[in-house]
Design a protein around this ligand. Structure first.
Ligand SMILES: *Cc1c(COP(=O)(O)O)cnc(C)c1O
Length: 406
C-alpha cells in the first residue's frame, strides 16, 4: 500500500488565462441553446445583491408577475429554481408524482424521455407512449391508454428540441387528459415565449422552462409554474419530497414569503428579470410573429439552397430547425467547420442524422439569420456538398423584406 503521507504536496497547476482560451471574437450562438443574450441581460448578470431583503423582494415580485404573463396564468404558484431546465423539470415531477402513482409519459424523443425517467426515479409507475417517426403526438395516440390506465400525471413536451418535432396537438391532448382528472406537466424549455402557450386556458398544471433558450437569458436559473390544482395536490401529499432543494413548498418560502430556502442565484435572477422585461416590452404576439417569420425565412432559405429539413412541415418545430445531414457528412464535421471557419456555433443532435439551427429569442434577429445561413451554406460548399448559396440567401431576403424584423 502507498503511504499517502509520503506523497508530494499538490503543486499549483499551470493555468491559462481565460482570454487565451476564449476565441478572440465571440462565436455566434445559433445552436440549440444557450443563445445570445441581450446586453441588458449580461449587465444584470454581473451584479450581486443580497438574496434576502427589500430589493430582492421587489425583484422577485416583478419576476413572478412577468412570468405569469409569459406563462399566461393567474396562478399564484410561479417560481424559479437554481439549475438548468432539467432542474425545473425535476422539480415539477418530484413534487407532483407520488410514489406508486401512475404517470403517462408521451415520448417524442430525448427530452420527453427524460421526463419519463425522472418520473420513474420519483417512484412513479410510468407508462411510456413512444411516438415514432418524428411526428407530433395525436389525441388518438393516448385516448384508450388514458381510459384504461387512469394516470394521475401526464408529461409531454411542446417542442422536442432533440429531433425538432412540434407537438402541435398539445392543447387537445391536455384537454383530454383533464377530462380524466390527470395533472398535465408540459416541458416548454425550448418554446416558451417563441410560440403560443396558454397555461390557464389550456388547463396545464405545470409548465417548465429554462433561461438559455426562448427567453434569451443565461443558463442556470429556470422558471416553472404550478396551477392552483397542482398546488393543492402538493399541499395534500403526505410523503415529503426527497429532493430537498427541489421541494416546492420549501421553495415557496423564498418565492412567496421573502424567506430563506437556499441562497438564490441572485445574478441569474436579475438576468432573468431583464430577459422577461424585454419579452414584456416586445409583447407576446409580436414576439411570436417575429419567431414565426424568422424561422420560416431560415427554413425556406435552407431548402432553397438545396438542403432538406428533417421533419415534415406538419410536425416541424419553428424554435429549432433540424437539417438532414448530406450524404457522407457527420454532424461533428459540419459543426466543427462552421465554428472554426465562420465563428458560428450550431448543434448536432442526440443520435439523429441532423444538425440544428436554433430560432429562439435573440437568434431570431435579421443579422444573425443571414450570418448563420451564409455560414451554413459556405460550410456545406467547403465540405463538398453542391449547394446553391445565392438562391438560399435570396429566398431568405425575399421572405424577410415583406415583413421586416429587426
Ligand atoms: C434544452 C432542453 C431541455 C434541457 O434543458 P437543460 O437546461 O439542458 O437542462 C429539456 N427539454 C427541452 C425541450 C429542451 O429544449
Amino acid at each position: 500500500m502507498t503511504d499517502l503521507s509520503k506523497q508530494p504536496a499538490i503543486a499549483v497547476p499551470d493555468i491559462l488565462a481565460l482570454d487565451t482560451i476564449l476565441p478572440d471574437e465571440p462565436l455566434l450562438m445559433m445552436g440549440a441553446g444557450p443563445v445570445p443574450i441581450p446586453d441588458r441581460v449580461a449587465k444584470a448578470n454581473s451584479i450581486v445583491i443580497n438574496h434576502l431583503g427589500g430589493t430582492m423582494t421587489r425583484v422577485i415580485e416583478q419576476v413572478k408577475s412577468m412570468s405569469r404573463y409569459v406563462f399566461q396564468t393567474r396562478s399564484e404558484w410561479v417560481m424559479g429554481v437554481a439549475g438548468p431546465g432539467s432542474a425545473a423539470m425535476e422539480m415539477a415531477i418530484c413534487n407532483l408524482v407520488i410514489p406508486e402513482s401512475k404517470v403517462l409519459s408521451i415520448c417524442n424523443g430525448f427530452f420527453s424521455n427524460r421526463m419519463a425517467e425522472m418520473a420513474r426515479r420519483c417512484g412513479g409507475q410510468v407508462i411510456e407512449v413512444s411516438i415514432m417517426g418524428n411526428v407530433a403526438a395525436r389525441v388518438d395516440d393516448i385516448r384508450s391508454i388514458l381510459e384504461k390506465e387512469r394516470p394521475a400525471v401526464l408529461t409531454l413536451v411542446q417542442g422536442e428540441t432533440s429531433n425538432t418535432v412540434y407537438n402541435r396537438y398539445l392543447k387537445e391532448i391536455t384537454a383530454l387528459a383533464k377530462e380524466y382528472g390527470c395533472l398535465v406537466i408540459v416541458d416548454a424549455i425550448c418554446t416558451l415565449s417563441t410560440m403560443p402557450l396558454e397555461m390557464d386556458n389550456w388547463g396545464i398544471d405545470a409548465i417548465i422552462s429554462g433561461g438559455q433558450k426562448g427567453l434569451s437569458s443565461i443558463p442556470g436559473v429556470s422558471l416553472l409554474a404550478f396551477s392552483e390544482q397542482a398546488w393543492l395536490h402538493i399541499q395534500r401529499r403526505e410523503q415529503a419530497v426527497v429532493q430537498w432543494c427541489l421541494d416546492a413548498k420549501l421553495a415557496s418560502n423564498f418565492w412567496h414569503h421573502s424567506g430563506y430556502h437556499y441562497t438564490a442565484p441572485v445574478s441569474g435572477i436579475l438576468a432573468l428579470h431583464e430577459a422577461l422585461r424585454l419579452v414584456c416590452e416586445e409583447t407576446l404576439p409580436v414576439r411570436f410573429a417575429r419567431h414565426q417569420r424568422c424561422s420560416m425565412a431560415m427554413q425556406n432559405g435552407i431548402q432553397a439552397m438545396g438542403l432538406s429539413l428533417f421533419v415534415a412541415q406538419e410536425s416541424r418545430l419553428n424554435s429549432v430547425v433540424g437539417i438532414s445531414l448530406p450524404e457522407g457528412l457527420t454532424s461533428a464535421e459540419i459543426c466543427s467547420h462552421i465554428s472554426r471557419i465562420y465563428q458560428v456555433e450550431i448543434a448536432g443532435s442526440f443520435g439523429q442524422p441532423i444538425v440544428r439551427i436554433g430560432q429562439m429569442g435573440e437568434q431570431c434577429r435579421v443579422h444573425n439569420l443571414f450570418r448563420a445561413l451564409h455560414a451554413l451554406g459556405s460550410t456545406m460548399r467547403d465540405l463538398g456538398v453542391a449547394v446553391d448559396l445565392p438562391s438560399g440567401m435570396a429566398e431568405m431576403e425575399s421572405l424577410l423584406q415583406n415583413a421586416p424584423v429587426t
